[in-house]
Design a protein around this ligand. Structure first.
Ligand code: SOE
Length: 378
Protein backbone atom coordinates (compact mmCIF):
# COMPACT_ATOMS: atom_id res chain seq x y z
CA UNK A 1 0.00 0.00 0.00
CA UNK A 2 1.60 3.31 -1.12
CA UNK A 3 2.26 5.91 1.55
CA UNK A 4 2.10 9.59 0.68
CA UNK A 5 4.92 11.99 1.53
CA UNK A 6 3.41 15.45 1.20
CA UNK A 7 6.10 17.94 0.27
CA UNK A 8 6.15 21.64 1.13
CA UNK A 9 8.84 23.31 -0.98
CA UNK A 10 10.18 26.66 0.23
CA UNK A 11 11.69 28.55 -2.72
CA UNK A 12 11.33 28.08 -6.46
CA UNK A 13 14.59 28.93 -8.16
CA UNK A 14 16.94 26.65 -10.07
CA UNK A 15 17.19 24.24 -7.14
CA UNK A 16 13.42 24.25 -6.72
CA UNK A 17 13.22 22.84 -10.23
CA UNK A 18 15.89 20.17 -9.71
CA UNK A 19 14.25 18.89 -6.52
CA UNK A 20 10.72 19.02 -7.93
CA UNK A 21 11.83 17.08 -10.98
CA UNK A 22 13.25 14.48 -8.57
CA UNK A 23 9.92 14.15 -6.74
CA UNK A 24 8.00 13.89 -10.00
CA UNK A 25 10.18 11.24 -11.61
CA UNK A 26 11.10 9.03 -8.68
CA UNK A 27 8.17 6.59 -8.60
CA UNK A 28 8.22 6.11 -12.38
CA UNK A 29 11.78 4.84 -12.21
CA UNK A 30 11.84 3.38 -8.68
CA UNK A 31 8.41 1.70 -8.66
CA UNK A 32 9.38 -0.58 -5.78
CA UNK A 33 9.35 2.33 -3.29
CA UNK A 34 6.57 2.36 -0.73
CA UNK A 35 6.45 6.15 -0.42
CA UNK A 36 5.09 8.51 -3.10
CA UNK A 37 5.95 12.19 -2.92
CA UNK A 38 2.98 14.48 -3.37
CA UNK A 39 3.68 18.06 -4.50
CA UNK A 40 1.44 19.56 -1.86
CA UNK A 41 2.57 23.20 -1.76
CA UNK A 42 5.28 25.55 -2.92
CA UNK A 43 6.07 28.73 -1.03
CA UNK A 44 7.56 32.00 -2.29
CA UNK A 45 7.24 35.61 -1.19
CA UNK A 46 5.95 36.88 -4.53
CA UNK A 47 2.44 35.52 -4.99
CA UNK A 48 2.45 35.70 -8.77
CA UNK A 49 5.68 33.74 -9.04
CA UNK A 50 4.67 31.15 -6.43
CA UNK A 51 1.39 30.59 -8.28
CA UNK A 52 3.16 30.39 -11.62
CA UNK A 53 5.62 27.79 -10.28
CA UNK A 54 2.76 25.82 -8.67
CA UNK A 55 0.87 25.77 -11.98
CA UNK A 56 3.88 24.89 -14.11
CA UNK A 57 5.08 22.05 -11.87
CA UNK A 58 1.63 20.92 -10.75
CA UNK A 59 1.77 21.65 -7.03
CA UNK A 60 -1.63 21.34 -5.33
CA UNK A 61 -1.35 24.77 -3.70
CA UNK A 62 0.97 27.63 -2.90
CA UNK A 63 1.79 29.87 0.06
CA UNK A 64 3.56 33.21 0.39
CA UNK A 65 4.65 32.81 4.02
CA UNK A 66 6.83 29.84 4.94
CA UNK A 67 5.54 29.95 8.53
CA UNK A 68 2.05 29.12 7.26
CA UNK A 69 3.45 26.28 5.21
CA UNK A 70 5.31 24.84 8.20
CA UNK A 71 2.12 25.06 10.32
CA UNK A 72 -0.02 23.15 7.82
CA UNK A 73 -1.26 19.70 8.89
CA UNK A 74 -1.23 18.41 5.35
CA UNK A 75 2.55 18.72 4.94
CA UNK A 76 4.93 15.91 6.00
CA UNK A 77 8.29 17.24 4.80
CA UNK A 78 9.70 20.71 4.28
CA UNK A 79 12.25 21.08 1.49
CA UNK A 80 14.36 24.27 1.66
CA UNK A 81 15.72 25.77 -1.55
CA UNK A 82 15.98 29.41 -0.46
CA UNK A 83 19.18 31.49 -0.08
CA UNK A 84 21.56 30.24 2.61
CA UNK A 85 20.76 32.92 5.22
CA UNK A 86 17.20 31.58 5.57
CA UNK A 87 17.96 27.87 5.91
CA UNK A 88 18.44 27.81 9.70
CA UNK A 89 15.24 29.59 10.70
CA UNK A 90 13.05 27.55 8.37
CA UNK A 91 14.68 24.21 9.18
CA UNK A 92 14.48 24.73 12.94
CA UNK A 93 10.81 25.79 12.77
CA UNK A 94 10.02 22.82 10.53
CA UNK A 95 11.71 20.35 12.87
CA UNK A 96 9.94 21.87 15.88
CA UNK A 97 6.65 21.39 14.02
CA UNK A 98 7.55 17.71 13.62
CA UNK A 99 8.20 17.89 9.86
CA UNK A 100 10.95 16.02 8.08
CA UNK A 101 13.50 18.46 6.67
CA UNK A 102 15.41 18.32 3.40
CA UNK A 103 17.80 21.22 2.93
CA UNK A 104 19.71 22.41 -0.12
CA UNK A 105 23.47 22.73 0.44
CA UNK A 106 25.30 24.26 2.18
CA UNK A 107 23.45 23.55 5.43
CA UNK A 108 23.79 27.23 6.44
CA UNK A 109 26.26 30.11 6.18
CA UNK A 110 28.58 28.89 8.95
CA UNK A 111 29.04 25.94 11.28
CA UNK A 112 27.80 28.10 14.14
CA UNK A 113 24.56 28.68 12.29
CA UNK A 114 24.35 25.00 11.27
CA UNK A 115 24.75 23.54 14.76
CA UNK A 116 21.26 24.51 16.05
CA UNK A 117 19.78 22.99 12.89
CA UNK A 118 21.44 19.68 13.74
CA UNK A 119 20.24 19.98 17.33
CA UNK A 120 16.67 20.75 16.20
CA UNK A 121 16.27 17.79 13.84
CA UNK A 122 17.91 15.42 16.32
CA UNK A 123 15.80 16.66 19.24
CA UNK A 124 12.62 16.32 17.18
CA UNK A 125 13.75 12.95 15.82
CA UNK A 126 12.73 13.90 12.28
CA UNK A 127 14.23 12.50 9.09
CA UNK A 128 16.68 14.94 7.48
CA UNK A 129 19.10 15.17 4.61
CA UNK A 130 21.20 17.77 2.77
CA UNK A 131 21.24 17.84 -1.04
CA UNK A 132 24.91 17.20 -1.79
CA UNK A 133 23.66 15.66 -5.01
CA UNK A 134 26.97 14.74 -6.67
CA UNK A 135 27.37 11.73 -4.37
CA UNK A 136 24.53 10.17 -6.32
CA UNK A 137 25.93 10.38 -9.81
CA UNK A 138 26.47 6.67 -10.58
CA UNK A 139 30.16 7.12 -11.48
CA UNK A 140 30.78 8.92 -8.16
CA UNK A 141 28.88 6.25 -6.20
CA UNK A 142 30.98 3.65 -8.03
CA UNK A 143 34.12 5.53 -6.94
CA UNK A 144 32.91 5.18 -3.35
CA UNK A 145 32.38 1.43 -3.82
CA UNK A 146 35.89 1.04 -5.27
CA UNK A 147 37.47 3.00 -2.42
CA UNK A 148 35.51 1.01 0.18
CA UNK A 149 36.58 -2.27 -1.43
CA UNK A 150 40.17 -1.37 -0.51
CA UNK A 151 41.34 -1.65 -4.13
CA UNK A 152 43.25 1.64 -3.95
CA UNK A 153 45.24 0.57 -0.90
CA UNK A 154 46.73 3.34 1.17
CA UNK A 155 45.57 6.73 -0.12
CA UNK A 156 48.27 9.35 -0.72
CA UNK A 157 46.52 12.19 -2.55
CA UNK A 158 43.04 13.63 -3.00
CA UNK A 159 42.59 16.56 -5.36
CA UNK A 160 39.50 18.39 -6.49
CA UNK A 161 38.52 21.42 -8.57
CA UNK A 162 35.25 23.23 -9.06
CA UNK A 163 35.67 25.87 -11.74
CA UNK A 164 33.10 28.24 -13.23
CA UNK A 165 33.22 31.55 -15.12
CA UNK A 166 29.81 33.18 -14.69
CA UNK A 167 30.71 36.11 -12.40
CA UNK A 168 33.55 37.69 -14.39
CA UNK A 169 31.51 40.69 -15.54
CA UNK A 170 31.74 43.76 -13.31
CA UNK A 171 28.18 44.64 -14.29
CA UNK A 172 26.61 41.81 -12.33
CA UNK A 173 24.99 43.15 -9.17
CA UNK A 174 25.08 41.42 -5.78
CA UNK A 175 21.66 40.29 -4.60
CA UNK A 176 18.56 39.06 -6.41
CA UNK A 177 17.68 35.78 -8.13
CA UNK A 178 20.76 33.51 -8.30
CA UNK A 179 22.98 36.57 -7.71
CA UNK A 180 22.37 36.41 -3.95
CA UNK A 181 25.35 34.06 -4.23
CA UNK A 182 27.51 37.20 -4.61
CA UNK A 183 26.12 38.79 -1.44
CA UNK A 184 27.96 37.58 1.67
CA UNK A 185 25.03 38.41 3.94
CA UNK A 186 22.79 36.00 2.03
CA UNK A 187 25.35 33.38 0.99
CA UNK A 188 27.80 33.39 3.92
CA UNK A 189 30.74 32.99 1.58
CA UNK A 190 31.52 32.76 -2.13
CA UNK A 191 32.96 29.74 -3.85
CA UNK A 192 33.90 28.15 -0.53
CA UNK A 193 30.31 27.55 0.62
CA UNK A 194 28.80 27.26 -2.85
CA UNK A 195 31.24 25.08 -4.76
CA UNK A 196 34.04 23.83 -2.52
CA UNK A 197 31.37 22.59 -0.09
CA UNK A 198 30.45 20.03 -2.78
CA UNK A 199 34.10 19.00 -3.18
CA UNK A 200 34.56 18.77 0.60
CA UNK A 201 31.40 16.70 1.07
CA UNK A 202 32.52 14.21 -1.59
CA UNK A 203 36.08 14.18 -0.25
CA UNK A 204 35.05 13.41 3.32
CA UNK A 205 32.70 10.73 2.04
CA UNK A 206 35.39 9.09 -0.11
CA UNK A 207 38.50 9.72 1.95
CA UNK A 208 37.48 10.49 5.52
CA UNK A 209 37.78 13.54 7.74
CA UNK A 210 39.97 16.55 7.07
CA UNK A 211 42.29 17.44 9.94
CA UNK A 212 43.67 20.87 9.08
CA UNK A 213 43.79 23.31 6.17
CA UNK A 214 45.90 26.11 4.72
CA UNK A 215 43.97 28.38 2.36
CA UNK A 216 44.14 31.48 0.18
CA UNK A 217 41.13 33.36 -1.11
CA UNK A 218 40.77 36.26 -3.52
CA UNK A 219 38.00 38.70 -4.37
CA UNK A 220 38.73 39.93 -7.88
CA UNK A 221 35.87 42.40 -8.21
CA UNK A 222 35.89 44.44 -5.05
CA UNK A 223 32.65 46.44 -5.46
CA UNK A 224 29.30 45.68 -7.04
CA UNK A 225 25.93 47.33 -7.06
CA UNK A 226 23.68 45.88 -4.36
CA UNK A 227 20.14 45.19 -5.53
CA UNK A 228 18.64 45.86 -2.09
CA UNK A 229 20.23 49.25 -1.43
CA UNK A 230 20.75 50.35 -5.04
CA UNK A 231 24.26 51.45 -4.00
CA UNK A 232 27.70 50.23 -5.04
CA UNK A 233 28.91 48.21 -2.06
CA UNK A 234 31.99 46.25 -1.07
CA UNK A 235 31.97 42.62 -2.21
CA UNK A 236 32.62 40.40 0.81
CA UNK A 237 32.57 36.96 -0.81
CA UNK A 238 35.55 34.93 -1.99
CA UNK A 239 35.62 34.77 -5.81
CA UNK A 240 38.34 32.13 -5.72
CA UNK A 241 39.72 29.83 -3.06
CA UNK A 242 42.66 27.42 -3.00
CA UNK A 243 43.51 25.20 -0.09
CA UNK A 244 45.59 22.23 0.80
CA UNK A 245 45.00 19.99 3.77
CA UNK A 246 45.83 16.85 5.72
CA UNK A 247 43.24 14.11 5.95
CA UNK A 248 42.98 12.02 9.12
CA UNK A 249 44.14 8.96 7.11
CA UNK A 250 47.48 10.64 6.41
CA UNK A 251 46.80 11.64 2.81
CA UNK A 252 47.28 15.15 1.41
CA UNK A 253 44.46 17.11 -0.22
CA UNK A 254 44.56 19.91 -2.78
CA UNK A 255 41.41 21.88 -3.65
CA UNK A 256 40.71 24.79 -5.99
CA UNK A 257 37.56 26.68 -6.82
CA UNK A 258 36.84 29.89 -8.71
CA UNK A 259 34.12 31.60 -10.70
CA UNK A 260 36.80 33.28 -12.85
CA UNK A 261 38.10 30.35 -14.91
CA UNK A 262 37.04 31.53 -18.35
CA UNK A 263 35.75 28.62 -20.40
CA UNK A 264 34.81 26.39 -17.48
CA UNK A 265 31.09 26.27 -16.72
CA UNK A 266 30.91 23.62 -14.03
CA UNK A 267 34.18 21.73 -14.14
CA UNK A 268 33.99 19.65 -11.00
CA UNK A 269 36.74 17.05 -11.00
CA UNK A 270 38.34 14.88 -8.39
CA UNK A 271 41.21 12.40 -8.39
CA UNK A 272 42.37 9.96 -5.75
CA UNK A 273 45.80 8.35 -5.86
CA UNK A 274 46.30 5.21 -3.83
CA UNK A 275 49.15 2.76 -3.44
CA UNK A 276 47.64 0.21 -5.85
CA UNK A 277 45.21 2.21 -7.97
CA UNK A 278 43.87 5.66 -8.80
CA UNK A 279 40.49 7.01 -9.83
CA UNK A 280 39.34 10.27 -11.34
CA UNK A 281 36.02 11.83 -12.34
CA UNK A 282 34.87 14.91 -14.25
CA UNK A 283 31.36 16.39 -14.06
CA UNK A 284 31.57 17.48 -17.71
CA UNK A 285 31.75 13.78 -18.63
CA UNK A 286 29.73 12.54 -15.71
CA UNK A 287 28.96 9.01 -16.86
CA UNK A 288 32.63 8.09 -16.98
CA UNK A 289 34.93 6.99 -14.20
CA UNK A 290 38.60 6.69 -14.98
CA UNK A 291 40.45 3.95 -13.19
CA UNK A 292 44.09 2.92 -13.17
CA UNK A 293 44.94 -0.43 -11.58
CA UNK A 294 48.62 -1.13 -11.04
CA UNK A 295 47.91 -4.86 -10.65
CA UNK A 296 46.85 -5.11 -14.32
CA UNK A 297 49.19 -6.98 -16.67
CA UNK A 298 51.96 -4.43 -17.30
CA UNK A 299 51.76 -4.90 -21.09
CA UNK A 300 48.21 -3.51 -21.19
CA UNK A 301 48.26 -1.41 -18.05
CA UNK A 302 46.79 2.06 -18.43
CA UNK A 303 43.93 4.35 -17.48
CA UNK A 304 40.56 2.71 -18.19
CA UNK A 305 37.64 4.90 -19.02
CA UNK A 306 34.61 3.12 -17.59
CA UNK A 307 31.26 4.17 -19.03
CA UNK A 308 29.09 3.80 -15.93
CA UNK A 309 25.81 2.91 -17.62
CA UNK A 310 25.50 -0.82 -17.05
CA UNK A 311 22.76 -2.44 -14.98
CA UNK A 312 25.13 -3.75 -12.33
CA UNK A 313 26.61 -0.28 -11.73
CA UNK A 314 25.02 1.99 -9.08
CA UNK A 315 21.44 3.11 -9.82
CA UNK A 316 21.68 2.17 -13.51
CA UNK A 317 19.29 -0.80 -13.37
CA UNK A 318 16.56 1.83 -12.86
CA UNK A 319 17.20 3.63 -16.16
CA UNK A 320 17.70 2.70 -19.79
CA UNK A 321 19.67 -0.13 -21.35
CA UNK A 322 23.46 -0.53 -20.98
CA UNK A 323 25.43 2.15 -22.79
CA UNK A 324 22.76 4.86 -22.63
CA UNK A 325 23.66 7.89 -20.54
CA UNK A 326 21.90 9.75 -17.79
CA UNK A 327 22.54 13.32 -16.58
CA UNK A 328 22.82 15.85 -13.77
CA UNK A 329 19.11 15.80 -12.92
CA UNK A 330 19.20 12.08 -12.17
CA UNK A 331 21.39 12.70 -9.12
CA UNK A 332 18.39 14.47 -7.55
CA UNK A 333 16.02 11.65 -8.49
CA UNK A 334 18.46 9.28 -6.78
CA UNK A 335 18.58 11.43 -3.67
CA UNK A 336 14.79 11.38 -3.44
CA UNK A 337 14.79 7.60 -3.99
CA UNK A 338 17.36 7.09 -1.25
CA UNK A 339 15.46 9.41 1.09
CA UNK A 340 12.21 7.48 0.53
CA UNK A 341 14.01 4.17 0.99
CA UNK A 342 15.53 5.41 4.25
CA UNK A 343 12.00 6.20 5.51
CA UNK A 344 10.91 2.66 4.67
CA UNK A 345 13.91 1.13 6.38
CA UNK A 346 14.05 3.52 9.33
CA UNK A 347 17.64 4.46 8.52
CA UNK A 348 19.17 7.88 7.89
CA UNK A 349 19.72 9.36 4.44
CA UNK A 350 23.29 10.60 4.08
CA UNK A 351 24.45 13.27 4.22
CA UNK A 352 22.35 14.08 7.26
CA UNK A 353 22.44 17.51 8.89
CA UNK A 354 25.07 16.16 11.29
CA UNK A 355 27.25 14.93 8.43
CA UNK A 356 26.87 18.26 6.59
CA UNK A 357 27.96 20.07 9.74
CA UNK A 358 31.41 18.54 9.27
CA UNK A 359 31.60 20.08 5.80
CA UNK A 360 30.52 23.43 7.27
CA UNK A 361 33.35 23.17 9.82
CA UNK A 362 35.90 22.58 7.07
CA UNK A 363 34.54 25.57 5.10
CA UNK A 364 34.85 27.74 8.22
CA UNK A 365 38.41 26.56 8.79
CA UNK A 366 39.28 27.32 5.15
CA UNK A 367 37.99 30.89 5.41
CA UNK A 368 39.67 31.40 8.78
CA UNK A 369 42.96 30.09 7.45
CA UNK A 370 42.78 32.42 4.44
CA UNK A 371 41.93 35.43 6.62
CA UNK A 372 44.72 34.67 9.10
CA UNK A 373 47.25 33.43 6.50
CA UNK A 374 47.95 30.38 8.65
CA UNK A 375 47.25 26.68 9.05
CA UNK A 376 43.93 26.08 10.74
CA UNK A 377 42.70 22.96 12.56
CA UNK A 378 39.19 21.89 11.57
C1 SOE B 1 26.44 27.80 -8.66
O1 SOE B 1 26.57 28.25 -9.95
C2 SOE B 1 25.85 26.39 -8.63
O2 SOE B 1 24.56 26.43 -9.16
C3 SOE B 1 25.82 25.87 -7.21
O3 SOE B 1 25.00 26.66 -6.36
C4 SOE B 1 25.38 24.42 -7.21
O4 SOE B 1 25.39 23.88 -5.91
C5 SOE B 1 26.34 23.63 -8.11
O5 SOE B 1 25.97 22.28 -8.13
C6 SOE B 1 26.36 24.19 -9.50
O6 SOE B 1 26.69 25.55 -9.44
Amino acid sequence: MAKELRIGLVGYGFMGRTHTNGYKRVNDFFPELEYRPVLQAVCGRTEEKAKEFADQWQFNSYETDWRKLVARDDIDAIDIVTPNDTHAEIAIAAAEAGKMVLCEKPLARTAEESQPMVDAVEKAGVANTVWYNYRRIPAVTLAKQIVDSGKLGKIFHYRANFLQDWTISEDLPQGGAALWRLDAKAAGSGVTGDLLAHCIDTAIWLNGSIKDVSATTETFIKERMHTQTGKVEKVEIDDACLFHCHFENGSLGLFESTRYARGHKALYTFEINGEHASIRWDLHDLNRLEFFDHSDDSKVRGWRSVHVTDGDQPYMDHWWVPGLSIGYEHSFVHQVADFLKSLEEGTSCEPTFRTALETAKVCDAVLKSAAGRCWQDV
